[in-house]
Design a protein around this ligand. Structure first.
Ligand code: NAD
Length: 365
């Protein structure tokens, strides 16, 4: 078993996005002497403000650029002597993949391949040309449970051996990238790991995604859209628990392996919406002064957030249920989520209540 226990210089792609930024905060807290270089194109989903907490750290560097620019990635690997890539950069919103799949093919498939080519060249080929052994390295690919398709209510949760059956252009593009990562290990000996995670929630989540959408729409007195019958099931994990899972895979995961990361926390979408409504009603009851800060949040002030719920036409091809069997991570890596859903969802709501400056510029309607 090979492992990377002393990783010290990381390239984090997509580090200005939701999970990437939370991962960078977490990593620099846990490993303050490590170097972290973020490469991010700053698409609509990327936000430099999400990296404010680490920008003064001398070991942190931000580079605006595209993962499809193989030459740039090679340059960064050489310049900063990077030994680890943690690859988050992606187009990540299923609805956008339905209306405009091309960007998903470009970033998620071509972009991942570009990174793999750069890593192979710098970590393996240039060394071999000089008669040197490969540099100690790791390419960690961040993927999703959506590659496994959809589950019926009584089906067992997705394990690492579940056959891939992606249903949306987003999940198909992620599945393709997973296969490329695997192929670069088997064909060229690149030291790779992949993690497939369930739905994340937490701070710095772009407000088009379910939980921040509900919170910020309540604060702006906008309808709370619920797709179809709202009975789709998702398995929710606090974002910092995802970062901890990736840390464990980097430190103890077996090269060439996939690890499922999840929270054993399945919820119907409609129940999540009701829960967030209840917690927002409660927050405004306990802190009536919130209405001064959010004068539009009349329904929350009246304890009637639920009245904003509106059922809308279901998403095309909407997967019914995702659930992660994280036994392998638990048994091989001793992985356990630290946050309960109860504490994580409260922390998340508090974060949105306190960080208006972060999310207001991102909401357009
Ligand atoms: P996000 O959309 O919030 O962030 C993506 C980031 O990638 C943004 O900062 C964006 O600017 C950047 N980016 C996009 N295209 C780029 C390009 N061509 N070059 C460089 N940077 C580019 O996504 P997220 O929710 O943080 O997800 C991160 C990763 O985790 C994705 O690979 C996603 O598939 C995976 N994932 C997400 C979830 C979830 O619940 N959000 C769950 C499991 C897996």
């Amino acid at each position: 078993m090979s492992s990377v226990e002393t990783t010290s210089k990381l390239l984090v792609t997509g580090g200005a996005g939701f999970i990437g930024a939370n991962f960078v905060h977490y990593w620099l807290r846990q490993h303050p002497n490590d170097t972290v270089v973020v490469l991010d194109a700053l698409t609509y989903a990327g936000n430099l403000a999400s990296l404010d907490p680490v920008k003064a750290n001398s070991e942190f560097h931000f580079v605006q650029g595209d993962i499809c620019d193989t030459g740039l990635v090679e340059e960064l690997l050489v310049k900063y002597e990077l030994d680890t890539i943690v690859h988050f950069a992606a187009e990540s919103h299923v609805d956008r993949s339905i209306t405009g799949p091309d960007a998903f093919i470009e970033t998620n498939i071509v972009g991942t391949h570009s990174l793999l080519k750069a890593a192979k060249k710098v970590w393996l080929d240039l060394r071999a040309a000089d008669g040197l052994p490969p540099l100690k390295h790791r390419f960690h690919h961040v993927s999703t449970d959506e590659v496994y398709g959809t589950l019926a209510p009584e089906d067992p949760a997705f394990s690492e051996t579940t056959a891939y059956a992606p249903n949306s252009p987003y999940s198909a593009s992620k599945a393709a990238s997973d296969h490329l990562v695997r192929a670069y290990h088997h064909t060229y000996g690149l030291e790779v790991t992949t993690s497939n995670c369930s739905n994340n929630y937490g701070p710095y989540h772009f407000p088009e995604k379910l939980i921040p959408l509900i919170v910020t729409n309540i604060l702006r007195n906008r309808p709370l859209p619920v797709y179809g019958d709202g009975k789709q099931v998702r398995d929710w994990l606090y974002v910092e628990d995802h970062a901890r899972g990736i840390e464990l895979v980097l430190q103890q995961g077996q090269v060439g392996e996939n690890y499922n990361i999840g929270g054993h926390n399945e919820w119907h979408n409609i129940d999540i919406v009701h829960l967030v409504c209840d917690l927002m009603n409660q927050a405004f009851t306990e802190h009536p002064e919130l209405l001064k800060k959010y004068p539009e949040a009349e329904r929350a002030a009246e304890g009637k957030c639920q009245s904003l719920i509106q059922y809308v036409t279901d998403r095309a091809g909407h997967d019914r249920r995702y659930a992660i069997d994280a036994r392998k991570s638990r048994e091989e890596l001793a992985y356990q989520p630290a946050e309960t859903f109860e504490s994580g969802i409260r922390k998340t709501i508090d974060w949105y209540l306190e960080n208006t400056d972060w999310w207001i510029p991102l909401v357009t309607v």
